[in-house]
Every structure is written in C-alpha cells, then in structure tokens.
Write a protein that binds this ligand. Structure first.
Ligand code: GLU
Length: 449
C-alpha cells in the first residue's frame, strides 16, 4: 500500500491523541523501512491460504473475497485558508451474512479503495472470529487529518455522512473510529445522520459518553489485547508480572494496552510514536508516558535512559512486542531481527506474509490482529446493544463481558490451531471463513455445498 514511509503512526482505533485541538509536534524522524506490500495483498494472502486448506472452490472463494458494495464519493470542503479542496471518501461493505456491516472510518492521506477494501474484509473475519453478530466494512477519506483544524475535520465528517447515509443504518452498516478519528468525529457523524433521520445514537459506535457512548469503549482495543495475551500466557506458562514488553505506536491502542499490562505488574521497556522511540531496561512508567503523549508531548521527549531509532526498537529483546501502528510495519527485511517471544498485533495487518513465515521459523508466537485487536469492535457491539435499549452498562460489566468474548475467541482459535496443527493466524482465518460460509449458505447467498 506504500504506508507512510516516515512514520510509525498508531493504527486500528481512534488513534492520534490530537483530536482535541492539542498542539501537534511537527517534525518526524525516519520510520521503519517499509516493504512494498499492500494491506490488500496481506489480507488476500491469508484468505487464499485458509480457503485453499479448507478446499474451497474458486467460485465460492470469489464471492467471499469480493465486496458486497463499494461506494466512492467526493468530499469538497473549504479549507481554513479559504481555498476549496476535494477529497475522496470510501465506504466498503464487504460481507453482511452474519449481521449489519461494521467497521471504522479513517482519515489519512494514503487512504484508497484497495486499502479500505482490504480492511473491510479483515473486519468480516474479525467479527466472525469474535462471534459477534456483524459483517465487515471499512471507510475512509484521503484527507491529511493531522494537518487539519477541527473545523476542517468536522466539514469532512459531515460531508462524508451526507454522501454515504443512504447505505448506512443501525441495522445496515454502523461506522466507528479508526486511524485519526475519535469520539468527536463520531458525534459529528451521528449529528449529521440525525438531521435526516432523527436522533439515532446506534448509527455509529465509539461516541462520547455524553452522547450514549459506552463506558470502556476508549480502552477496549488495548484491554482486549491484554485479555487475549493473558490467555496465551497461561498456555505458555508465562507470568504477566515477569513480562518485559515494547509498544510500537503509543496511541490509543498501544498506550491502553501498556497501562493495563503495567497494572498486571509487567514492565514497559520500549515505546515509540511517529517522531521517535525510547528504551529503558529499568522500566518506563506507562501511565505517565500516556499522560505525556495525551498532553501533546512526543514519546522521545519522555524521560528514559536511551533514545533509539524506530528500527532499533523492533530489535529489542523482550517477552511481548505490540505493534500498534500502521499496516505492513513488520516485513521481510526486519522480521528476522525481531527478538520477542510473543508478537501481540494491536494494529490491523502489521505483518506481511513473508514476515509471518520468518517469525514462525524463528519460533515467535504470533497472536494475530484478526483475533487480538477485536476488543474495539466487541465493545462497539456492546455500545450498539446499549443504544438500542437506551441503557448504560457499568464499566465493570462492559469489561467482564469483553473478557469473556476474548477468552472464548482465543479458546476457539486455539482448539482449531491444535486440531489442524497450524499457527493461530491461519486457524483464526479458517474459523472466521467457516462461520461466514455457514451463514451465507444458511441464508441462501451461496448454494449448500
Ligand atoms: N476500527 C476498529 C477496528 O479496526 C473498530 C471498528 C468498530 O468498532 O466497528 O477493529
């Protein structure tokens, strides 16, 4: 996809802590050397691999691989300097066999149809593995959100909603935050939808608490990662309190995972953002670093024994490495240098297929995105359920239910992995594909095999 070559920015979910008008650092250091593998190639490879093992016919595979609907719209806005500029917006609904389409909306200059199509497909398998009643979708606008004012971002969000509202709906397609979008963006989207359809909080998830957002949604992806790690740790005989870990991309997902792991007694020894990376074998205070970043600080300005390059951070010896930045960051040129026991994928598609093979050969245990980072969409599901009833659950209740679903997903994938003697990623794809195929056949979309 040609991810941004100079940054290791946070991915997956309501990312950059810059949405409240806080000052943004302007200068970036060089990011990791990125391989030219697109998100589409990554997801397609993992799908084809699983479909092949399942003995799926090409005709059925063609249906499951392609999108149900792809919408491209123009988003013209007047910039703060008075100039008119037009962006492209996309919403891809990949598969709706198991429920309404579901997935985030990202604002990023490199968004294109291929990327959104790939990420929509990943959402289909992710919701199926989690066993929540949704299909998969993704949306995006190719605007430079990091350089835009709140007024400009609001104009983009409202214009995008005006163009795509006809294909959305609480029982049709429910957007959520993703890279460079957050609760405020969801509030604008909901408000715009409401102008046409009346007050409808269930049209988007990841909303502010004041607008029927769910308690626990903001931390959900990071928390879900930790819940899944705890399951894997039990299996591997690892004590969380003994764990030394590194977070690549200290945004929403990475910083929440770090804070929650720290509460379990684990030690953060390395972290990065788009501008640099730090390392401290003596331990970095995860909660204080999160506060520093939230206030607009760069990770590399935080008190730590060493400043290192993005590439060096990947080479740190640790028990758990959490990539929580953009896709394709772990590729064939750096995979061999990774010295972690467990790779816990917070980002979407952080690992290319070649890198995945190298990691497997080197004995790295990968807990893949398609199961590990499902916490966000799981709590989105809880938010949607609460919205339908106009009820609010206690945060403890949200977290307890999240843990149960993460544990269940882990158990199901693990059983399949053992049964088929394959790693977790191919097992998760097989499980997701089987569930979607079963729903498609039962509903009559695909003839019974
Ligand atoms: N953007 C998140 C993801 O990639 C969450 C999507 C959602 O909550 O619908 O999983």
């Amino acid at each position: 996809m040609g991810e941004e070559a100079t940054a290791d920015r946070q991915d997956t979910d309501e990312e950059r802590p810059d949405q409240d008008g806080r000052p943004q650092p302007s200068k970036r250091t060089d990011g990791p050397d990125l391989a030219e593998v697109s998100n589409w190639e990554i997801v397609t490879h993992y799908f084809d691999d699983a479909a092949g093992r399942l003995g799926m016919g090409d005709d059925v595979a063609a249906v499951l691989k392609s999108s149900y609907r792809e919408v491209q719209v123009q988003i013209p806005i007047v910039r703060d300097d008075g100039k008119l500029q037009v962006f492209s917006g996309y919403r891809v609904q990949h598969n709706g066999a198991r429920g309404p389409y579901k997935g985030g909306i990202r604002f990023h200059p490199e968004v294109d149809l291929d990327e959104i199509r790939a990420l929509a497909s990943l959402m289909t398998w992710k919701t199926a593995v989690a066993g929540i009643p949704y299909g998969g979708a993704k949306g995006g606008v190719n605007c430079p959100a990091e350089e835009m004012s709140d007024r400009e971002k609001e104009a983009v969000a409202r214009s995008f909603m005006d163009k795509i509202e006809k294909v959305l709906g609480p029982n049709r397609d429910i957007p959520a935050p993703d890279v460079n979008t957050n609760a405020q963006t969801m509030a604008w989207l909901m408000d715009e939808y409401g102008k046409l359809h009346g007050y409808t909080p269930s049209i988007v998830t990841g909303k502010p608490i004041a607008l029927e957002g769910s308690l626990g949604r903001e931390s959900a992806t990071g928390r879900g990662l930790v819940y899944m790690f705890e399951e894997a740790a039990k299996d591997a005989g690892i004590e969380p309190a003994d764990v030394r870990f590194v977070v690549q991309g200290y945004g929403n997902v990475g910083s929440w995972a770090a804070r929650i792991l720290e509460e379990l007694g684990a030690t953060l020894i390395g972290a990065s953002d788009a501008y640099g990376a730090i390392l401290d074998e003596g331990g970095i205070d995860a909660a204080k670093l999160a506060e520093h970043v939230k206030e607009g600080g760069k990770v590399c300005e935080f008190d730590a024994s060493q400043q290192v390059s993005h590439d060096d951070l990947f080479e740190v010896e640790c028990d758990v490495l959490i990539p929580a930045a953009l896709g394709g960051m772990i590729h064939e040129r750096n995979a061999d240098k990774i010295r972690t026991q467990i790779l816990l994928e917070g980002a979407n598609s952080p690992t290319t297929p070649k890198a995945d093979q190298i990691l497997a050969d080197n004995g790295v245990h990968v807990i893949p995105d398609v199961m590990a980072n499902a916490g966000g969409v799981i709590v989105s599901y809880f938010e949607w359920v609460q919205n339908m009833q106009h009820m609010r659950w206690e945060e403890d209740d949200v977290n307890t239910r999240l843990r149960k679903i993460m544990q269940r997903a882990y158990r199901h994938v693990k059983e399949k992995a053992e049964d088929r003697e394959i790693p977790l990623r191919p097992a998760a794809y097989e499980l997701g594909i089987e569930r979607v195929l079963d729903a498609s056949r039962t509903r009559g979309y695909i003839p019974k095999g």
